[in-house]
Design a protein around this ligand. Structure first.
Ligand SMILES: Nc1ncnc2c1ncn2[C@@H]1O[C@H](COP(=O)(O)OP(=O)(O)OP(=O)(O)O)[C@@H](O)[C@H]1O
Ligand SMILES: [Mg+2]
Length: 307
């Protein structure tokens, strides 16, 4: 079942800012879908439109295969969400704050206990919210999103500003929710987190999706060879003339050759035939970071002329 589907979704703020520029993506049931993009790329705006907090300028949203105003309104009851920084009453305890949330959402208070357990806050539930660490505040927000037992959980930058321990806690919570059969849509500018937590990703830049697919597909897309030779300039020139080289760029004394295949021996042989003898040759695993940098950074790499 398709849980979220957007078609050419667009948001313009005033005349000047095209925050979201015709994005189309699909999230299927059971996916942990990472919505990855740098600051200001349109993540929160997109989430706001999914939740009906922000009015789209144009385009279309389907949720749980539902369409049309009344149907979408009902479908949104199956969503639990956090939006940017958690907003709770500072002088109320975590438990009291969740009682307020339960009351607003017309959810029985019996749901609060399990939600607090799911984010490991049961032990601190009677402390005032203002005394919580940022990580605890984020976790309370997730608990607030969970109390309605949602099928779809939407989290806007849940790991923002957290230390490694706090990030690990959020990661564990997300995995736990996924293990319980929930679909998760999580925005982040932290590619490492997305790579470690998500099954699928859409990369957004300047309001446009520049890539989407499974994490496995995205990182398996190319093989990279890290090579070195006494004459770097000659190495780069020869590598660029190699037919299977998609991209060649320098990284310090090393040269990175992105290949269509993963045949390093053939690369070595070709370079040798051009009089370039390597002093070092190693495969390099492609991380999501490599792909992310390639897709979101402007003109930092030199593209091979042969491709
Ligand atoms: N209410 C608003 N009025 C005018 N412009 C806005 C408004 N909200 C956001 N924008 C602009 O729209 C663009 C996208 O912003 P958005 O908050 O959706 O990005 P984001 O990806 O969530 O960024 P961040 O990583 O900083 O949270 C930015 O250029 C931002 O300045
Ligand atoms: Mg944002």
């Amino acid at each position: 079942m398709t849980i979220i589907e957007t078609t050419q979704l667009t948001k313009r703020y005033g005349r000047r800012t095209l925050a979201v520029d015709g994005i189309s993506f699909r999230v299927e049931r059971g996916q942990v879908f990472g919505f990855l993009g740098p600051n200001g790329s349109g993540k929160t705006t997109t989430i706001g439109m999914l939740l009906d907090i922000i009015n789209p300028t144009s385009g279309d949203i389907r949720l749980f295969d539902q369409h049309g105003r009344a149907e979408l309104h009902l479908a949104r009851r199956r969503i639990g969400a956090t939006l940017e920084t958690p907003n709770f009453y500072p002088y109320l305890s975590g438990l009291e704050n969740l009682r307020v949330v339960a009351h607003i959402k017309e959810i029985p208070e019996s749901r609060i206990g399990p939600a607090l357990d799911a984010v490991s806050l049961a032990g601190r539930q009677r402390d005032q919210f203002r005394k919580y660490s940022l990580g605890m505040k984020q976790r309370l927000a997730i608990a607030g999103a969970m109390i309605g037992d949602p099928e779809l959980v939407i989290l806007d930058e849940p790991a923002n500003g957290l230390d490694p321990e706090g990030m690990r806690e959020i990661r564990d919570i997300i995995r736990g929710m996924a293990d319980n059969g929930r679909t998760i849509f999580v925005s982040s500018h932290l590619l490492n987190e997305v790579e470690r937590t998500c099954t699928h990703v859409a990369i957004i830049k300047n309001g446009r999706i520049v890539h989407q697919g499974s994490i496995a597909e995205l990182t398996a897309r190319h093989a990279l060879a890290l090579v070195r030779a006494p004459d770097t300039a000659a190495l780069i020139a020869a590598a660029r003339s190699y037919p299977a080289a998609v991209n060649v760029h320098q990284e310090g004394d090393d040269v990175l050759v992105e290949l269509q295949d993963d045949d390093l021996a053939a690369l070595n042989q070709f370079l040798g035939s051009r009089g370039v003898y390597l002093t070092f040759l190693a495969p390099r695993n492609v991380s999501l970071e490599d792909v992310f940098m390639e897709l979101t950074t402007d003109a930092v790499t030199t593209t091979g002329a042969s491709a």
